[in-house]
Design a protein around this ligand. Structure first.
Ligand SMILES: Cc1cc2nc3c(=O)[nH]c(=O)nc-3n(C[C@H](O)[C@H](O)[C@H](O)COP(=O)(O)O)c2cc1C
Length: 568
């Protein structure tokens, strides 16, 4: 059977893949004496288009929705259930508009660029989105591609007759599944070999953004791990090589179920077999556009690793409550978090510069830290099935009542011992007096860490000028050494953590920025990490933004840019 084949081929190549991926990680580290291999020059005119479209595919516009409706941001964490809405053109539109759609166009002089609810390294947006829609009013059954710059769907495959699903009771109907994929070339164009890391960070940001938007509709976004990469690529039509440009390959990342909160996802082997059959006999439309006509450089390593991290079909992991820290924050929410969650999703931005004199209150700081704990009932962590393998080291610069310095927050119990064993021996590991008692938050060193944070984050001032910055340490070699594809999981979890930080910062009137550029081993040396049990895989910074008044801001969808035009 298809899935069995997939499992066997994965076992055979598991060893080689592990070596490929561990070597890749080592080779793509930034060092003080040199960055990971990337293009020597950038041809800005040939920047890959961030907009995928399938010329010839029937288009299905989605109606734009108001952003000031729905629950407030604070309500998403209040424990009160939000009534789950049925899927129809309004709710599908809301789901996409407040997670993955454009949020604004920016203009400076003659340059104009778009921003989205989900951030992306270099604003290059490698993530693509597909929907599988069955028995939803107003839609033909089939596979759709989400065309971001027009906020519309393109029908990639019209399923012939979905009766079979009904007859064999293969799934509850209506059915809405979402598929994510990445086009690594978009990132490799600018970042060369390190690009694959960024595609997976971006995937994590997109998944978390989806989880938050689904929560405003009383729904959950839950990844379906029981389908492996090969079957996923078939399901999304990515293996139809004649319809894509070979040097702009698109790789399947993840299938996500969207269903009322608290329900289990609908996956069964028979459902996926039936969907694959529908793809096989369906009517396909469209051809992927050319994203970049020039391709001055080639980065074969990126495609090699993209293939080495294909995941097998596997059961979804169970999070065990005992692995986590019980308790929750009782402090009052910040007044700004009473605004509509959707408004907040649209206003999320990356800060370009911070006011170094700003301070964060300790209530806001500890609430923000608390929201990073992977509690399975809250967004975005309801979208993460694996236990938290990302742990935090914070460079506190200016938080009221907290001495500047380095602090640690393991995100599950077992990691506290790992961190104590792996980090420098001379650290304090002091319990912080004014931290909530349930929060696993420890002081490591008292110091002014602004310069160190800046230097380690590729000399970027934002890492030193904020109220804090942080490094995300992944449980690394034991995890990736056993299963190469977990490499993707780790970067994706780091991206989800980043999205939580972005929104939490926004909800208290501050702002965040993801930091993919940092000097890997110098971070490890600073923390005293000698082996590779823990590796820093993403940085983040939060502070009071200084906005650039020269930039004009335009509405996301009143523009005339077209989905079907050139590759610029
Ligand atoms: C994974 C990732 C890494 C990033 N790395 C950096 C960085 O090193 N420095 C920086 O200034 N911005 C960084 N950013 C911010 C992006 O440049 C920003 O998301 C993008 O320009 C889109 O702008 P927006 O976030 O305001 O929508 C990063 C963002 C992501 C998601």
């Amino acid at each position: 059977m298809h899935h069995e084949l997939e499992k066997n081929s994965q076992t055979i190549s598991a060893g080689t893949n592990t070596v490929t991926v561990l070597d890749y990680h080592e080779r793509t580290k930034h060092r003080f004496d040199g960055y990971a291999r990337g293009p020597g020059t950038l041809d800005w005119e040939a920047q890959p288009s961030p907009f995928r479209h399938f010329a010839g595919a029937p288009q299905r516009p989605l109606p734009l929705q108001k952003s000031n409706e729905g629950p407030s941001y604070a309500e998403l964490f209040s424990g009160k259930s939000i009534t789950s809405l049925n899927w129809n053109e309004t709710t599908i539109s809301q789901l996409l508009q407040f997670s993955l759609a454009l949020s604004a166009w920016k203009q400076f002089g003659n340059s104009r660029w778009s921003l989205r609810c989900n951030p992306s390294s270099g604003n290059l947006h490698p993530t693509e989105t597909y929907l599988i829609i069955i028995a939803i009013d107003g839609f033909e059954d089939g596979l759709y591609h989400y065309c971001v710059d027009q906020h519309q769907l393109e029908l990639r495959c019209r399923y012939p007759n979905t009766e079979v699903l009904n007859k064999q009771a293969l799934c509850k109907q209506p059915l809405l599944l979402l598929g994510f994929s990445s086009v690594p070339w978009r990132e490799a164009w600018k970042y060369g070999e390190r690009a694959l890391r960024y595609t997976q960070h971006d995937l994590g940001h997109a998944l978390a953004a989806l989880s938050y938007a689904a929560a405003t509709l009383g729904c959950e976004a839950k990844p379906i791990h029981e389908i492996g990469t090969v079957a996923l690529q078939q399901l999304l039509g990515l293996e139809r090589s004649d319809e894509f440009y070979a040097d702009e390959a698109e790789y399947g990342d993840m299938l996500v179920s969207l269903h009322p909160a608290g329900e289990t996802h609908p996956y069964t082997d028979s459902l996926i077999e039936a969907l694959l059959q529908l793809c096989g006999s369906g009517e396909w439309h469209g051809r992927a556009n050319r994203l970049d006509s020039r391709h001055l450089y080639k980065w074969p390593l990126v495609d090699e690793v993209a293939n080495a991290v294909h995941s097998p079909a596997r059961p979804s992991e169970q999070k065990h409550q005992a692995e986590f820290w019980p308790g929750a924050i009782a402090a009052a929410e910040h007044p700004l978090s009473q605004q509509s969650a959707r408004t907040l999703f649209l206003q999320r931005r990356s800060a370009q510069a911070f006011d170094a004199n700003a301070t964060m209150t300790s209530d806001d700081f500890f609430r923000l830290m608390d929201r990073l704990l992977p509690r399975s009932e809250l967004p975005p962590w309801s979208a993460q099935t694996a236990p938290g393998r990302i742990h935090i080291v914070v460079f506190v610069h200016s938080v009221e009542g907290l001495a500047p310095g380095l602090y640690a927050m393991p995100r599950r119990r077992a990691a506290l011992d790992t961190m104590k064993a792996e980090l420098r021996e001379d650290l304090l590991w002091e319990v912080v007096d004014n931290a909530p008692t349930h929060l696993p938050f420890y002081r490591l060193v008292k110091a002014n860490a602004r310069r160190a944070a800046m230097k380690l984050s590729c000399q970027q001032a934002i890492a030193g000028d904020g109220v804090f910055s942080l490094s995300m340490l992944a449980e690394f070699e034991p995890v990736v050494g056993a299963q190469a594809w977990r490499y993707k999981d780790l970067f994706c979890e780091a991206g989800m953590t980043g999205q939580s930080l972005y929104l939490e910062a926004e909800a208290i009137g501050m702002r965040g920025t993801g930091i993919g550029c940092f000097f890997d081993d110098p971070v490890h040396e600073t923390l005293g990490l000698q082996g590779k049990t823990l590796q820093s895989i993403y940085h983040f910074t939060v502070g009071a933004p200084i906005n650039d008044a020269r930039l004009a801001s335009l509405a996301p969808y009143s523009s005339t840019s077209s989905c079907t035009s050139s590759s610029k």
